[in-house]
Design a protein. Structure first.
Length: 98
């Protein structure tokens, strides 16, 4: 289960929650979706990742290239716990994503 939240540079936040059910172990999901940094395999809005600086570890930077309009959204991975959780922080059109 992953949560995404968007907030402007002010303190206003508008949560966006997404979830999916998969018949797989956390280890299988992690190595399928995150170890190869393949967001596009599960996020319907992402066309692909660009400029990935490393593996799925804290501090890795990358760009989401969105399907709609090819918008590029820079991100940084934080709070990465293999097979458990991760957080990404980015800026999209003056909105923070985390």
């Amino acid at each position: 289960f992953f949560n995404s939240h968007f907030s402007s540079k002010s303190t206003t936040m508008a949560p966006v929650d997404r979830s999916a059910v998969a018949e797989a172990t956390p280890e299988t999901i992690w190595k399928t979706c995150f170890v190869p940094m393949k967001w596009e395999s599960w996020d319907v809005d992402v066309d692909h990742l660009d400029n990935v600086s490393g593996e799925c570890v804290e501090g890795t930077t990358f760009n989401f290239v969105m399907k709609e309009g090819g918008t590029v959204v820079p991100n940084t991975l934080m709070d990465v716990e293999e097979n458990k959780t991760l957080t990404f922080l980015g800026v999209y059109d003056s909105y923070f994503m985390f």
